[in-house]
Write a protein that binds this ligand. Structure first.
Ligand code: ADP
Ligand code: ASP
Ligand code: MG
Length: 411
């Protein structure tokens, strides 16, 4: 890297590249970042709803379960926008080159559809940078050791960007999106949500894991691990965004930093399980083996040597989980099972909660005031989550935002 140049990685999400006009806007922005004396690496998502459209095409063929081929298909979306951006930059007189994930050296495991990056060979990118080019990399994709194309899970371009920033020793990773930063709640639901000036890695990781799609959780993990400073900001204006970093000054004074919600939840209950050692282990081992991530678990009090277990999974995993549970019901001798995907999770997140008792009680009270029934609860040091009926989720997010006076945070 030339001494006087700062290296930055910027990522533009789907809505930022949805159409050639928007791609032109990105090109001008990237050009100006280069003119300010930066070495610029750009990571792009697929245009607009392209990934969803590709998923629909596969569903129309009637086979979206061959995950290897699904990844080969989905990866094309990002390649399209990378090449289009390179063409647009070329047209406005900027030297640029587009690279697929694998041309850029992004290596992953072979867990198709949710692969994890396990290394990046930056030699090609370094070579292209040294000739003064802007490098455009297709996000969301990698190459497995077997030489197959993989994708990194929905929102995976965020992770491509942060991982590249870490590997390339970039000064900053900028995530350009359709909102101005990270807010105290999804600004599409809470109109007076506040933009946070900064948020700690830990809190952002919780927010993202609990449903705030503005960053993929894995991207935050990478940022935390490799100490990459990330800024989330708007593609459409020049307002400063939110810095995701180590403990930010204001954080200590906040008890609750944000409200996250997730509608991709499903609930499964197994009834009248024998109350003896090894039953829970059997259930959750089998689910893990089937690749199902279990989230909250509740076991009821024992009655007549039997009890019930209920748990939640991501609704995308429901088709994987159901056959496993149905088989277990037979094996273990439970009386039956039930499931539903009309539930959602609402969470409060804040580092300040650790030392402030009564926060969970205030959360439950706010939900009760709105007549929202809580079906399950889980807590950790910096979050409390409740499962509620999906139809109540917006009301729940709004009530909690109000309860913790988050419209007044000026982060
Ligand atoms: P991109 O296509 O740029 O990756 P995403 O749709 O993945 O964009 O992420 C941006 C969206 O995240 C916003 O439009 C917003 O609705 C949603 N979002 C959810 N929670 C938050 C939050 N706390 N702060 C900001 N945005 C949030
Ligand atoms: N295009 C992929 C998705 O829609 C990856 C991304 O946008 O980050 O999830
Ligand atoms: Mg995204």
């Amino acid at each position: 890297m030339k001494k006087d140049l700062a290296r930055i990685v910027c990522k533009f999400g789907g809505s930022s590249v949805a159409g050639t006009e928007k791609i032109k806007n990105v090109a001008l922005r990237v050009k100006s970042l280069q003119e300010q004396g930066n070495e610029v690496i750009v990571v792009v998502s697929a245009m607009g709803d392209t990934t969803d459209d590709l998923l629909e095409l596969a569903a129309a063929v009637g086979n979206d379960l061959n995950l290897r081929e699904m990844d080969a298909l989905l990866a094309t979306g990002e390649q399209q926008s990378a090449a289009l951006l390179a063409l647009t930059l070329d047209k406005i007189g900027c030297k640029a080159i587009s690279l697929t994930g694998w041309q850029a050296g992004v290596k992953s495991d072979s867990n198709y559809s949710k692969a994890r990056i396990n290394g990046i060979d930056t030699s090609r990118v370094e070579k292209e940078l040294s000739s003064g080019k802007i490098i455009i990399i297709a996000g969301f994709q990698g190459l497995s050791r077997e030489g197959d194309v993989t994708t990194l899970g929905r929102g995976g371009s965020d992770t491509s960007a942060v991982a590249l920033a870490a590997s390339l020793g970039a000064k900053r990773c900028m995530i350009f999106t359709d909102v101005e930063g990270v807010y105290t709640a999804d600004p599409r639901i809470v109109k007076d949500a506040s933009k946070l000036r900064s948020i700690s890695y830990e809190e952002m990781l919780e927010m993202a894991s609990l449903g705030a799609v503005v960053m993929q959780p894995r991207a935050v993990e990478f940022a935390m691990l490799y100490k990459v400073e990330v800024e989330v900001r708007s593609s459409f204006n020049l307002e400063p965004g939110t810095i995701i970093t180590e403990v930010a000054n204001m954080e200590q004074q906040r008890i609750v930093t944000g409200i996250a919600h997730d509608i991709k939840c499903a609930k499964i209950g197994i009834f009248d399980l024998p109350d003896k050692p090894g039953v829970a282990s059997l259930i959750f081992n089998d689910l893990a083996r089937a690749g199902v991530n279990v989230d909250m678990v509740i076991q009821s009090a024992t009655r007549e040597e039997h009890n019930d277990i209920a748990f939640t999974v991501c609704s995308d995993d429901l088709p994987l989980a159901l056959p496993v549970v149905e088989k277990l019901v037979e094996e273990i001798g439970a009386s039956g099972m039930a499931y539903g995907d009309k539930v959602a999770k609402v969470s409060i997140v804040g580092a300040g909660m650790q030392s402030n008792p009564g926060v969970a009680a205030a959360m439950f009270a706010a939900l009760a005031d709105e007549n929202i029934n809580i079906e399950m609860i889980s807590t950790s040091e910096i979050k409390v989550s409740c499962i509620v009926d999906e139809s109540k989720i917006k009301a729940a997010v709004k009530a909690l935002h109000k309860q913790f006076e988050l419209e007044q945070i000026n982060g």
